[in-house]
Ligand binder design. Sequence first.
Ligand SMILES: Cc1cc2c(cc1C)N(C[C@H](O)[C@H](O)[C@H](O)COP(=O)(O)O)c1[nH]c(=O)[nH]c(=O)c1N2
Length: 226
Amino acid sequence: MPPSSTCAPKPARVFTDTERQALHDVIAHRRDVRNEFLPDPIEPSLLRRILEAAHRAPSVGLSQPWNFILVRDPARKADVKAIFDRANDAACAMFPEARQSDYARLKLEGIEKAPLNIVVTCDRRRGGQVVLGKTQNPEMDLYSTVCAVQNLWLAARAEGVGMGWVSIYDKAELSALFALPENVEIVAYLCLGHVSDMFDGPELEARGWARAESLDAAIMEEDWQG
Ligand SMILES: Cc1cc2c(cc1C)N(C[C@H](O)[C@H](O)[C@H](O)COP(=O)(O)O)c1[nH]c(=O)[nH]c(=O)c1N2
């Protein structure tokens, strides 16, 4: 590819206090939505803005390894829900017996309630055999795709659209349902729609399943062993 004729950086845009605060607010108020979806379809121009945000994500070697498969067909969603149900029953049985009834009470997907589902895939061959930044660490294409999912999640939240990430499924079954070629991996199965309400913190915390740790617990000085 020839070098761009404008190969010099431009002055970086400076954001106002209000804009900066808006970004932090969107991050703080992003939620995983499972049940509060309204049936109203997401308008095409709104969906486009959300997908543009996803597609602007950073990617290893600028490979943009993702695709977004849009799922609206109720019959297809019912097939996905059946795959979820099988995996969820198996998952439930893996928890200690004392937690199984709590687990079974959790709602962990909005597959059929959300008007739109998106399968986010990663083409493990995108960019060819040698990709800048992926040479020693081939999993970087998967990480790049996760960056796209997070951009999508935040843009959706900013637009008043709820999103839930479903990861309880057998990968081979879901890949077969969407007839994905062997080089294409599913990174995320997402449920999206306008929402009536939203929790003001993680729902798993509100329901007593798990507790979020403070930031201080995550910060480590590099000499922590000493
Ligand atoms: C990779 C990945 C996979 C999943 C999730 C998230 C991520 C990042 N989450 C959502 C998760 O439970 C949620 O993000 C946390 O509980 C924190 O809540 P908030 O996202 O802050 O609302 C999730 N939730 C759920 O109900 N079913 C699921 O299968 C999954 N899977």
